[in-house]
Design a protein. Sequence first.
Length: 345
Amino acid sequence: MIPFRDTYRDIPLYSPAKKPCRVDLSDNTNLFGPPPSAERVLREEGLQRLSRYPAGYAPDLKRAVAAYAGVAVENVTTGCGSDDVIDCALRAFLEPGDVVAYPDPTFVMVPLYARLSALRPVPVPLKADHDVDVEGLLATGAKVLYVCTPNNPTGTVASRAALERLVDRAPGVVLIDQAYVEFAKGGDFMDLARTRPNVLVTRTMSKAFGLAGLRVGWAVGAPALVAEVEKARGPYKHTSLGEAVAVAALTEDVPWMEACVAEAVENRERLRGGLKVLGLEPLPSEGNFLLVPVPEARRVGEAMRERNVNVRVFEGLPGVGDALRIGCGPWPLMASALKALKEVL
């Protein structure tokens, strides 16, 4: 008999409703396209790198990240997207049966990764003001506390006071997911990763930097934390091309990224105004997206897809209910979303 794991039996694949659409606003990526240096790197170095393994543990990428984040190389680990770094961290710091606690709602992969490692995921509802419930998280006794800020899917942020209190009192590691921090006004907690022994901050090249297709993420923390994540990571998490493009983006394309971010944020607020005209009330957001409570979100999302606009549908989110998450980018795409939504409400 094949020894299938009982704990895997009811774990679903990650498969949000989606179909090819002319306007796809469902995954919060950089809708302005890839960074300018990417084409040059692929043209100049592409074929030369295909036949050899990349360097183990991504030394070039670590150096570029360290310079960008203002830390030493020993403070950096990388992975196949920041979700991979999160998965590695859970495996590095927890034994089967241990608890990982997180605000709810949040990034859907966290409880899935927990279950895949035979951990016990414990959700703790966000407070009414969308801040994290510090006492609730601490009451779980979890050795790893995960906080996403700006939060996915809500776009809301954890207050500095709450997060510092959590870090001060946590019995183990505080894992802070900052995939969307480039879009936020303040709320960058990299200083905690530089100064606290129990904080690991994850970031990604998939959102602001426009490299979602290459799957490059990274994290900063104390060297002792990073060393444990590196064990769980393994030597080869990036292709040679992916690493080279990410290094070029971090060293050459920060001004381009910042310009894309500024336009995405401007259009996010313009979109908010358009949604309010339709009688909708988006949540406060510091990401490159808006979460919009909408009754019968599944029906609305399907109707929008029939009009060639794809947005992410959420049903029954704690404290929110049914909602649509709409990624933000060039205004013509936002206008298409507003038009489709107006037609189907």
